[in-house]
Design a protein around this ligand. Sequence first.
Ligand code: URA
Length: 243
Amino acid sequence: MTNIAEDIKIVLEFYQAMGVERIPIMTEQKSRRAEEQKIAEKEVSYNVAPISKFHLTSEQKKSALNALREEIGDCQRCKLSKGRKNIVFGEGSIDAEIMFIGEGPGEDEDIQGRPFVGKAGQLLTKLIEKMGFKREDVYIGNIVKCRPPFNRDPEEDEINACSPFIRKQAEIISPKVIVSLGRISTQTLIGLKIPIGKLRGKFYQFEDIPLMPTFHPSYLLRNPKDKWLVWEDAQKVLERLGK
Ligand code: URA
């Protein structure tokens, strides 16, 4: 055996003796991607002032959200602005205990300028009510605020241009739990490119807010047999809220 192979064997035996069963290996490609993502995040710089970590009063939250909406203005930061009818800022209680974050507006949302008002929205509203809330009690937003053409997934440059705003909304509202709906929302907020089927059902952290990923309501419209999984995730959220 060569010296290197012997060294590796000794190290692996050591880990095995310590009870370690798997050693994650970061391939060169993966580590390059992680590096690129970090750089892209740093490059996005916005004027929005950092929010104090201290508790904001409802009045302060309201004016911070208004200031944020003004900052967005008649946004032309990405190509989605070309085809939109309305910017869908987000809506709900500024004192919400739960914030639901989806991917981006569809046709109905684009027309009405409100999040989750189409078929997927009706299903989300049912879930919210089944959890014991009214729709007005929670806050609902999206990763991108303008409709992607033909409801395609938002692209990376669009997500990078827009997601600082929903992050800021979450910081301002400071809910007790965030529920991220679907792959795009979850991967954007927690920064892990892992399939939603693997991520859902466990708590992650967004800033210092617990985040529960679950399936997107549009997925449930296509796969109603998986509704029980979303209900399981919702129950974990309720437990976390002490309900
Ligand atoms: N899908 C989303 O992700 N968001 C909406 O607002 C509507 C549908």
